[in-house]
Design a protein around this ligand. Structure first.
Ligand code: SAH
Length: 378
């Protein structure tokens, strides 16, 4: 039986295990799954009929129930600093953003996990765009596939992947796990677990689940050294306060064998969380945690009310942390001229939460073109 397009299984949404189950259902051996992965990820052959080491019968069977579909690149912008931002149309017709940040040989791909975001952190423009839904596995791994294809044209490769684009990865758990499995799989992208980072705003149950199924690197968007301030910056904190979040991080690190460390992301916002007292509180809070701290200068976006602290303020804050023994880096702002920096990713999200309408109301209709649909038209 040939399935209508809507009911077909997208092969790009299957990691090795799900592909093995799929071919098993068709009465074929596990090995077929490995052959298919090789065709897709190594030879970049996206047509089942061309997978010539599969029997003709099996190819026909598979073609009848499946499809091979990736996101579509709508536009691409290149920053003066070499950062590239793609706007990609995903399965459900919305658009998300993906960013590649070059740094010598290191090419870090920052990918999105959801269409918009539910969490509404006060400093992040993605949240202001509202939320439309989860990305499918094919949309997540597709960002890596397409970016890698583009880089390959100039003999380069993606070396690191961070799930720090649009969305909260741990709220799209199953898809994120399958996609990261494919990134790590030797028959997929073969990227080391240490070079794949899942970043969370602090969805605590997700961290415990993560510990059961994977060993990728973990980053936590902490941003404040106490609950009072974090409740304002990251509303999710009201449900999962800092102490619970740090316990979950310790659990994750222990499950991984106690040798790895967690990345603590700390956005620096002028007069909000950049005071030296915050730095001192942070040193006490993180005592006993194997961690690296990343200080991220706040990136403004249309309608944002926060400012970025001076370089001097950031350096003094960093000095306190380094003085207390924490490896602390100030993240260089990249891709700002193309709105590709942290917290500036918006895509074109058909908001289902009415949050975008409220936001636009507040900042004035004139900003509409500036934010959500600017990139689509380019
Ligand atoms: N929801 C996940 C993944 C998104 S990561 C998380 O919160 O970790 C996005 C990263 O960019 C986070 O560290 C986030 O806090 C940071 N960020 C968001 N808005 C920003 C802004 N305006 N300026 C600088 N960094 C920002």
């Amino acid at each position: 039986m040939i399935l209508p397009t809507k009911q077909r299984i997208n092969i790009f949404s299957a990691d090795r295990l799900s592909l093995e189950n799929l071919v098993d259902d068709l009465g074929a051996s596990n090995y077929r799954a490995q052959q298919i992965l090789r065709w897709l990820y190594q030879r970049k052959v996206l047509d089942i009929s061309e997978m010539t080491d599969l029997s003709k019968d099996f190819r026909e069977q598979l073609s009848a129930i499946s499809e091979i579909r990736l996101p579509e690149i709508v536009s691409k912008k290149i920053s003066v600093d070499g950062t590239i931002k793609w706007l990609m149309r995903v399965s459900n017709g919305n658009c998300i953003e993906t960013v590649m940040i070059p740094d010598g040989r290191r090419k870090t791909l920052c990918i999105s996990s959801q269409i918009g975001c539910m969490l509404d952190c006060s400093f992040c423009s993605t949240g202001k765009q509202g939320f439309n839904g989860n990305l499918e596995v094919s949309d997540i791994i597709g960002q890596v596939f397409l970016a890698q294809e583009e880089l390959a044209k100039t003999g380069q490769s993606i070396t690191n992947v961070v799930l720090m684009g649009m969305g909260e990865p741990l709220l799209n758990f199953d898809a994120v796990i399958k996609a990261t499995n494919l990134m790590m799989d030797d028959l997929g992208f073969g990227i080391s677990k240490r070079r794949i980072t899942v970043s969370t705003a602090g969805y605590v149950p997700g961290i415990y689940e993560l510990a059961k199924v994977t060993d990728v690197s973990l980053a936590v968007s902490l941003h404040a050294p106490n609950d009072e301030l974090r409740n304002v910056l990251v509303p999710l904190n009201k449900k999962f306060p800092i102490a619970d979040l740090l316990d979950a991080c310790q659990h994750y690190l222990q499950t991984l064998g106690g040798k790895r460390s967690v990345t603590i992301e700390y956005i620096m916002i002028k007069d909000v969380n950049d005071q030296l007292d915050c730095a001192r509180q942070l040193t006490r809070l993180l005592r006993g945690m194997r961690c690296k701290i990343n200080l991220i200068p706040f990136n403004p976006f249309p309608g944002s009310t926060y400012d970025r602290p001076s370089e001097n303020t950031i350096r003094k804050f960093q000095d306190v942390l380094v003085g207390a023994g924490y490896a602390t880096l100030k993240r260089t702002t990249r891709g700002e001229d193309i709105s590709a920096a942290c917290g500036q990713l918006v895509g074109a999200v058909d908001d289902r939460t009415k949050r975008k309408a409220r936001y636009l109301n507040r900042i004035g209709e004139s900003q509409v073109d500036n934010i959500a649909f600017r990139q689509v038209e380019n």
